[in-house]
Design a protein around this ligand. Sequence first.
Ligand code: BES
Ligand code: MN
Ligand code: ZN
Length: 495
Amino acid sequence: MEFSTKAQSPEKVRTGCIVVGVSEGQRLSPSAKTLDIASSQHLSRLLKQGDLSAKIGKTLLIHGVPGILGERVLLVGTGKEKNLSDRDYRTLVRSSVLALDGTGTDDALFCLSEIPVAGRDVEWKLQQLILTARETGYRITRVADQQDPACTLKQISIPTPGKIKPVALNTLISQSQAIANGLAITRDLGNLPPNLCTPTYLAESAKAMGKQWKLKIEVLEQSDMEKLGMGALLAVAAGSRQPPKLIVMHYNGAAKSQKPVVLVGKGITFDTGGISLKPAPEMDEMKFDMCGAASVFGTMRAVAEMKLPIHLIGVIPTCENMPDGNATRPGDIVRSMSGQTIEILNTDAEGRLILCDALTYAEKFEPDTIIDVATLTGACVIALGNEAAGLFANDDKLSEKLRVAGEYTGDRAWPMPLWEEYQEGLKTNFADMANVAGRAGGSITAACFLARFTRKMRWAHLDIAGVAYKGGKDKGATGRPVKLFCRYLIQRSGH
Ligand code: BES
Ligand code: MN
Ligand code: ZN
């Protein structure tokens, strides 16, 4: 899907379709009004017949409107409020794309930036339009059988917003496209079946992506991990035939002297729970347990395509959590790379085990900021549902920046506490810590576990268990939190 701008008035644009808003009470948006006048009130006559409910996202496709060059007009309901919410605006875009998908036109002029959205400017509306349209046009890549037909809408144009300089406008469009591209590869990786998307596959994909986007890629093998003393990561990998990998991706958009931001993504390519085996229902969804890793892939690619002037490093510990004769047992004690010992009481709490060694490893990059991202706990889904990621940080300013980046993009994260009191639950008589505490506050005690490995760094942790993918009939990876990360990094870079 491509995006461009059009300077002409909508009735003069030669296009397959012009998309305009109509609010309740048959009030026409400015562009709808222009088309109405050009067509000698053709639109208002139709509306009087009651063919369009102006409920948010309801659409009516009209052919052969006289007096205009466009072949069709798509009326889209904008509801009754003067100012739309962020969510309603995205609904407009999504329903417009869906209404045009499968029709005979592959291009359309979207006159939606003129619709007022509370507290949002034209830049925001433009970026949301591009991201939402791309997300709506996304298709799962089938590996086994025939591909679903691609979205037929290929070209979206937008009336040139007066207030933005042409250079800034081009940057905005290409940045939004880069983010959408990153988001799509995050979804692609997440959606792959776990027999194909193995740690080795992720390592090979990283190398391929590195070639294309000029990222330096390093892959640490099991023997390297042994030398480094990554006893926690290795304990998780022990029950699988698939060798573990630690993937490191470097993007150098700034002077070497600039301290990097490091993103660490959980890459469990399948989580059976190990010897603490998970129940059968919905276990297939544990192929999504590498969505944190996938979001690091997507963000690295987006940042490289945007050429942001920052220093960014991605670190991905990846393995499978399987039960077999060599698997780790509940009660086993291992030594992490940090030197701290861990009593593994539940082999299903494996994410924190691979992350703790990756976080310790990342210390050598002397990060300015380190952020890990993981489908870490079912408890986070109980706490926040499927709307917000859990946001934990040992620095309040960092937490606020991430929260705001999520709010801006609609890829939200919500702050959770990390108080020392919660550390109590991880105490054990047999090692420095256990890998689980009681059921209460499970997402917090998981974050507290990670906090023991990041004391020397400015650190945040995003628990994306509830937001990284959808279950049920819409089953699939969402690409979150790529938009949050990109917004945070763009803001940081000042571009
Ligand atoms: N990958 C799961 C967390 C998860 C659960 C993600 C549901 C998405 C949906 C993680 O490895 C896990 O199993 N966590 C355990 C921790 C428990 C044993 C302390 C959990 O949440 O049950
Ligand atoms: Mn698990
Ligand atoms: Zn897991």
